[in-house]
Design a binder for this molecule. Structure first.
Ligand code: FDP
Length: 338
């Protein structure tokens, strides 16, 4: 593996990754580089949002029944426009769109992309970190425009996954299956530079992230697990709560600082429900990243997220994700072993 040099640009790193695959055609490199451009455009708009009168709601609701923010619309359009004509994608899916999104005729490529254009969007108006999450697969259909089957592939078949978080600085974190790297945008030159080479999720942190407001509805196993974290080792090893309510921000903090994030089913949503988070746009890409960084991602009935065969584009899934030690512990509670 090539040594990671702090300060190299994300485009350089993407090209270095390509060199690990002698059979590569450069298509994935081209796709990722176009995504980087989309990320820079969205980042600039997020930073200017207050001034550009682009905060607030657009007046529409999306396929998930949520209010669509103006910035959501902007981010969604920006990614679609860049991807539909980059020449490397055959079909897309967005958390904001009902069905599959075609690319321009004549521009069909060999990859698919599923994305959440602006995750955590209920936080847009209050300067909390939000982000773009993406998941890339190789096409299955032989040629031309892709179809829904190209997008409904297991997370374990992803060839790349990542996110761009718009926070105190803009950071892009991605993996192509050989480690996880983080790049920070230097706005003065408009480039992402390597700032977090070979990220490994710390094993021994004491953070948990969950929406405690749902505690009254939790199933017994979730409640006992969280109670255990609060009182671990007679109080000495007790965990601290960190919950932002923007998945990409909670995940990024846990990836860098360690810890576990949970969004499980509960008595209110019911055992037969699927939780809130989306498999294609949120859980699967973050699961690839966390596994590449040494962590784990499972459902609240112990299934590995990356092994789930999606049945529909907007499928939801209960998610437990973070450091291996903590997810292993959660699993013991879910199985009734603790
Ligand atoms: P949001 O509704 O603001 O878009 O999946 C979307 C998401 O945020 C995640 O980013 C976040 O972790 C979660 O929902 C928050 O849900 P709760 O408000 O139910 O905690």
């Amino acid at each position: 593996m090539l040594a990671k040099r702090k300060g190299i640009t994300v485009s350089r790193q993407i090209m270095d990754d390509q060199r690990l695959h002698p059979e590569a055609t450069g298509e994935l490199t081209g796709l990722l580089n176009d995504l980087v451009v989309a990320g820079k455009i969205i980042s600039a708009e997020v930073n200017m949002a207050g001034l550009a009168d682009i905060l607030g709601q657009s007046g529409r609701t999306n396929i998930q029944g949520e209010n669509v923010q103006k910035l959501d619309v902007f981010a969604n359009q920006t990614i679609k426009r860049r991807m539909e004509q980059c020449g490397h994608v055959c079909v897309m899916a967005s958390e904001e769109d009902d069905g599959i999104i075609p690319v321009l005729d004549g521009y069909e490529g060999n990859y698919t992309i599923a994305f959440d254009p602006l995750d955590g969007s209920s936080n847009i108006d209050v300067n909390v970190s939000i982000g773009t999450i993406f998941s890339i697969h190789r096409r299955l259909s032989p040629s031309g425009q892709g179809d829904v089957g190209d997008l409904l592939q297991k997370g374990s078949r992803q060839v790349a996954a990542g996110y761009i978080i718009y926070g105190s600085s803009t950071v892009m974190v991605y993996t192509t299956g050989s480690g996880v790297h983080g790049f920070t945008l230097d706005p003065s030159v408009g480039e992402f530079f390597l700032s977090h080479p070979d990220i490994r999720i710390p094993e021994t942190s004491l953070y948990y992230s969950v929406n405690e407001a749902y505690a009254n509805h939790w199933f017994d196993s979730t409640r006992r697990f969280i109670d255990y974290l609060k009182t671990a080792d007679g109080g000495k090893g007790a965990y601290s709560l960190r919950y932002i309510g923007s998945l990409v921000a909670d995940f990024h903090r846990n990836l860098i600082k360690g810890g576990i994030f949970l969004y499980t089913r509960d008595k209110k949503s019911g055992e037969k429900s699927e939780g809130k988070l989306r498999l294609l746009y949120e859980a699967a890409p973050l699961a690839m990243i966390v596994e590449q960084a040494g962590g784990r991602a499972i459902t609240d009935d112990g299934r590995r997220i990356l092994d789930i065969e999606p049945a529909k584009l907007h499928q939801r899934v209960p998610l437990i994700i973070g450091a291996k030690r903590d997810v292993d512990l959660a699993e013991k509670f879910l199985r009734g072993e603790m």
